[in-house]
Design a protein around this ligand. Structure first.
Ligand SMILES: O=C(CO)COP(=O)(O)O
Length: 252
C-alpha cells in the first residue's frame, strides 16, 4: 500500500478576504491530478476558514493552523478542536516551529495538543524540525526524535497523523534543504518510528517536507523515496502552488 502524496498550503498570518478569494479561484480552476493521487489541504488563518471551505473545490480540504490543547472554555483567544469539528474542518496543523519558537510551545504541549485533536476526530499535520544551531551541532536527529517522541508518548493511533519535517533554517529563508538532506532526515525518522512505534506505522505514515519549497525545487525533492509530500508556506499563496501539487506525479 503506497503512501498518498500530500501537499499542504500553510498561509500563516496572511491575506485579506479579496486575496483569499483570488487564491481559491486560481486553485479551483487548476488542472491537477485527482485526489486518488494527491491529497491537497489548505490552511488559511482561522477567520478565513469558513469562506475558504465554502468556495473551495470539493477535492481539496482545509486545515486550521492551531487549536487549543483541551476542551474549550475560559481560554480567551483560543479556538477549540470541538469548534473546528463543528465547522466541518477536517485537519489541523500543530507544533509549527513559529509557535514553538515565538509562543514557547514545548514538545510536551504539542504532544498533548495532537492527542486531544485526534481524540476529537481531527486529522493532524504535526510539525517538527531543528534550528540552524542544532543542525550545526549535529543534533538534528536528537531534536526531531525528541519532538516525535513527545507525540508518540501521547497517541496510540497514527492513521490520522501526517508528520511534517520542517527545518527551521529553511523556513521562509529561500534556503531549501537539498533533496539528499531531506531524504536523510525522513529516512532516519522512519527508522525511529519503526523502532519506537511499529513497523506498520513506519511504513504507512506520511512524512512531508517543508521549508522554502517552490515550483522550481519541488520535483527533485518529490523524487526522494521518503518524501511523501510538502508543507508549503510562501509559495502556497502564489499560482506556483499548482506546480507543487502536480509534483505528485513523479511518484507514479
Ligand atoms: O513553514 C512553512 C510551512 O509550514 C514553510 O514556509 P516557507 O515555504 O515559506 O519556507
Amino acid at each position: 500500500m503506497g503512501r498518498k502524496f500530500f501537499v499542504g498550503g500553510n498561509w500563516k498570518c496572511n491575506g485579506t478576504t479579496e486575496e483569499v478569494k483570488k487564491i481559491v479561484t486560481t486553485l479551483n480552476e487548476a488542472q491537477v491530478p485527482g485526489d486518488d493521487v494527491v491529497e491537497v489541504v489548505l490552511s488559511p488563518p482561522f477567520v478565513f476558514l469558513p469562506v475558504v471551505k465554502s468556495l473551495l473545490r470539493p477535492d481539496f480540504q482545509v486545515a486550521a493552523q492551531n487549536c487549543w490543547v483541551r476542551k474549550g472554555g475560559a481560554f480567551t483567544g483560543e479556538v477549540s478542536a470541538e469548534m473546528l469539528v463543528n465547522l466541518g474542518i477536517p485537519w489541523v496543523v500543530l507544533g509549527h516551529s513559529e509557535r514553538r519558537q515565538l509562543l514557547n510551545e514545548s514538545s510536551e504541549f504539542v504532544g498533548d495538543k495532537v492527542a486531544y485533536a485526534l481524540s476529537q476526530g481531527l486529522k493532524v499535520i504535526a510539525c517538527i524540525g531543528e534550528t540552524l544551531e542544532q543542525r550545526e551541532a549535529n543534533s538534528t536527529m536528537t531534536v526531531v526524535a525528541e519532538q516525535t517522541k513527545a507525540i508518540a508518548a501521547k497517541i496510540s493511533n497514527w492513521d490520522n497523523v501526517v508528520l511534517a519535517y520542517e527545518p527551521v533554517w529553511a523556513i521562509g529563508t529561500g534556503k531549501v534543504a537539498t533533496p539528499a538532506q531531506a531524504q536523510e532526515v525522513h529516512d532516519e525518522l522512519r527508522k525511529w518510528i519503526h523502532q519506537n512505534v511499529s513497523a506498520e506505522v513506519a511504513a504507512a505514515v506520511r512524512i512531508i517536507y517543508g521549508g522554502s519549497v517552490n515550483g522550481a525545487n519541488c520535483k527533485e525533492l518529490a523524487t526522494q523515496p521518503d518524501v511523501d509530500g510538502f508543507l508549503v508556506g510562501g509559495a502556497s499563496l502564489k499560482p506556483e502552488f499548482v506546480d507543487i501539487i502536480k509534483s505528485a506525479t513523479v511518484k507514479n
